[in-house]
Design a binder for this molecule. Structure first.
Ligand code: 5CA
Length: 440
């Protein structure tokens, strides 16, 4: 992408309304724009990051055996009247009437709709286990939307829903998502800690929130420090192994970790003072096992091996991609801007032409741009007439992992400079060597 033809409305000044660093940087880099309170557009740079986050979530959901579908944002109130949640959900639910005056709502979550899909076609235990997910916009009329897309009213959620014959099988399905979540957050460059959590309006009594520690987090959390050393399950984890997944779950829940609603002062105090961590955190995922809470009122049953009808046991599993993007920035930035982990960076590299119009610079940059693109890399080419200082500041601000700098003196000697955004380390390489290194 040539910067001169791109749409990346960078702000020179720090926006006053932003209280936390991720919100400030997302506005400054032109990743998002607020359209009304708690409702955002994702501009091209932000959209690139969001798509990469979604791709990783999707890969790990698929690996764990979940199957993607797509459900609408607008739902009929009837379904929610069946489960009994229509009245319970209160003011957070945006209620709408269509032209026939039928009550509708903008979905805050999809337990009812997926249960309806399930009951309409699944009749036998032979179709189980089943886990269906989508990545779709939700709306919750939050009392205090704030911090940009960290807590917005319209937000994206990956929500998965599992169906099993009995509780034991449902716990195995729960553990599959537990492991998928550990892998997902790790690939996003984050260390997320699973913590025992309250279930709120979703229900059930077996639930974990995945929390990233950050001073600006909205949750108060308490945990043992040893989480930093725990191993992340490998890509070739056998998701069908009941014992294997249970042992991962047992390990990751073997030491104390709880949000303030579930905090047990005595258990926390029993941890040695040096191993105790009382901190703030950002909830990036939340998983629930709630048994027959929805299958019972909505009549979702299957025929079991015994020939009898059984209510299915369900769980639901949420991740907030539009919250993860600012969470990654909270965890990875410096005074000059964002430092994207390579896995979600909007571009893999930025080629900076120090002197557009100079034949050597133009030829070299064109060559780099084409070679990197042909190797499948996402490349931003700064071909603008901005001053060198502005170009460097922009490249640092938007946090692309590698900067390739081509100036007249260097290219005359057949060389360019590579700068690592994270470490600041610079090296001078021949153009050939630079291409080889970046496409390796
Ligand atoms: N149905 C269940 C799981 S699929 C559910 O709704 N869970 S939830 O309420 O915990 O939301 C799941 C995830 O969505 C949260 O962990 C969080 O990452 C994200 N999320 C929830 N509310 C917001 C919000 N207002 N803004 C941004 N992300 C949010």
């Amino acid at each position: 992408m040539r910067l001169s033809r791109y749409f990346m409305p960078i702000l020179k000044e720090n926006p006053k309304e932003a209280e936390i660093v991720s919100h400030r940087l997302m506005l400054r880099t032109g990743m998002i724009r607020q359209q009304s309170q708690g409702i955002y557009s994702w501009l091209p740079l932000g959209k690139r990051v969001l798509d990469k986050v979604n791709a990783i979530i999707r890969e790990e959901q698929n690996r764990a055996g979940a199957i993607e579908l797509s459900m609408p944002t607008l739902q009929s109130a009837e379904l929610w009247q069946e489960s009994g949640r229509y009245e319970d959900y209160g003011k957070e639910m945006l209620r709408i009437r269509d032209r026939q005056d039928r009550p509708m709502l903008y979905g805050p979550t999809n337990e009812e709709m997926i249960t309806d899909i399930f009951r309409s076609s699944v009749k036998s235990y032979k179709s189980l286990p089943l886990n269906l997910y989508h990545i779709q916009l939700k709306f919750r009329d939050e009392i205090r939307p704030r911090f940009g897309t960290m807590r917005s009213r319209e937000f994206l959620m990956k929500d998965a829903y599992s169906f099993d014959l009995n509780q034991a099988d449902a716990i195995h399905s729960y553990n599959k998502m537990f492991v998928a979540y550990l892998r997902t957050f790790d690939r996003l460059g984050l260390r997320a800690i699973p913590m025992r959590a309250d279930t709120g309006p979703i229900g059930g009594n077996h639930s974990h929130e995945f929390i990233i520690l950050a001073d600006t987090g909205e949750s108060e959390v308490y945990c043992h420090k040893s989480f930093v050393d725990f191993d992340i399950p490998a890509a070739d984890t056998d998701f069908d192994s009941v014992d294997g997944l249970q042992s991962v779950f047992d390990k990751w829940t073997s030491v104390y970790a709880a949000t303030s609603e579930m905090h047990d002062e005595a258990a926390f105090d029993a941890i040695g003072e040096n191993d105790r961590l009382s901190a703030r955190g950002i909830e990036v995922g939340h998983i629930f096992y709630f048994g027959t809470k929805y299958s019972e009122p909505m009549g979702a049953k299957v025929q079991g091996p015994d020939g009898k009808e059984h209510l299915v046991h369900m769980g639901s599993y949420g991740i907030g991609p539009t919250r993860l993007v600012p969470a990654i920035i909270e965890a990875s930035h410096d005074e000059n801007g964002i430092i994207w982990p390579a896995s979600v960076a909007p571009f893999d590299a930025v080629v900076i032409n120090m002197k557009p119009g100079d034949e050597g610079c133009d030829t070299t940059c064109d060559r780099l741009y084409v070679a990197l693109q042909n190797a499948g890399k996402d490349v931003l080419y700064d071909d603008t007439d901005d001053r060198a200082g502005t170009k460097f500041a922009t490249a640092d601000l938007i946090g692309v992992p590698v900067q390739v700098i081509a100036g007249p003196r260097g290219v005359a000697a057949g060389e360019v400079e590579l700068k690592d955004r994270k470490t600041g380390a610079r090296e001078t390489l021949t153009i050939e060597a630079a291409i080889n290194k970046l496409t390796a």
